[in-house]
Design a protein. Structure first.
Length: 269
């Protein structure tokens, strides 16, 4: 795992953003940071003189992001971790008189995404207890802060990584990241005109047969029902369900009738 930071070319700006943890003291935080990164599509983790790494606690907290840990680069100095980066951003809750100007995380993410289109960018996080030193911050071009509760702005290291990576993902995808779901689609195609009209014919027949609708005095019942179902934009499966229901009602008050060739199975396919 001990390799120079080097460069990394890819079509995605996220692949040109490295997360650098300086002197992390708890291996669990390293693993949790790796997991936070992977959930947001970042993959490059660099560690500057970690207290305990590799470590089973890191593996356990990484869950299914063990590949991020396997590829993590352990560096002996901050300069080694930042080598090749064209822009470096320091995450710090402390506003300092000396050092680069501070930016809120959302604004910084947009800036980082733009910079990553041109080359390597590093986001630097400090030690869990002391954060980043002034000397470390002064090696960066920008300071980033998370606008947390001013009365209690202390964030766990991995939580801070998660928030920044989330903002980076939003920025890279212009606020609309791709969403992949394994859920079975619930919707069916919209019912064609002829299916909808046959449903209305069936509905009218059942209403008349049940005595609910007097064909001599229809008033505005059918137009209102057309408007109701028109707003629903009925799907084919929904037409099947409704006509199956009407067929069951029809059998109750009139007994079995010849099969309706137009009536499909009552349940959705």
């Amino acid at each position: 795992m001990n390799r120079p930071a080097g460069s990394h070319s890819s079509g995605s700006p996220l692949d040109r953003i490295r997360v650098v943890l300086s002197h992390p003291s708890h291996p669990g935080n390293i693993g949790a940071a790796a997991r936070a990164m992977k959930t947001m599509g970042l993959s490059r983790l660099l560690l500057v003189n970690p207290k305990c790494f590799p470590d089973q606690q890191a593996v356990a907290r990484a869950a299914d992001a063990g590949d991020i840990l396997t590829r993590a680069q352990v560096c002996s100095s901050l300069d080694q971790a930042l080598a090749g980066a064209i822009h470096v951003y320091a995450l710090s809750a402390r506003h300092r008189n000396l050092g680069p100007p501070a930016m809120p995380a959302r604004e910084a993410a947009t800036d980082i995404a733009a910079q990553a289109s041109d080359g390597e960018v590093a986001v630097l996080f400090g030690n869990e207890t002391a954060g980043l030193s002034n000397a470390e911050v002064q090696r960066c071009q920008r300071t980033v802060f998370i606008p947390a509760n001013p009365d209690y702005s202390s964030l766990n290291l991995a939580s801070a990584v998660q928030l920044v990576c989330y903002e980076l993902r939003l920025a890279v995808f212009d606020g609309r990241p791709p969403v992949l779901t394994r859920a079975v689609p619930f919707a069916s195609p919209l019912a064609p005109h002829q299916e909808v009209e046959r449903f209305y014919e069936h509905l009218e027949r059942v209403m008349v047969g049940s005595g609910f609708l007097d064909p001599q005095r229809p008033r505005r019942l059918l137009p209102k029902l057309r408007r109701l179902f028109g707003r629903a934009e009925l799907e084919s499966d929904e037409i099947n369900i409704l006509r199956g229901l009407l067929d069951a009602v029809e059998r109750k008050f009139s007994g079995p009738r010849p099969a309706d060739d137009d009536l499909k199975n009552s349940g959705p396919k």
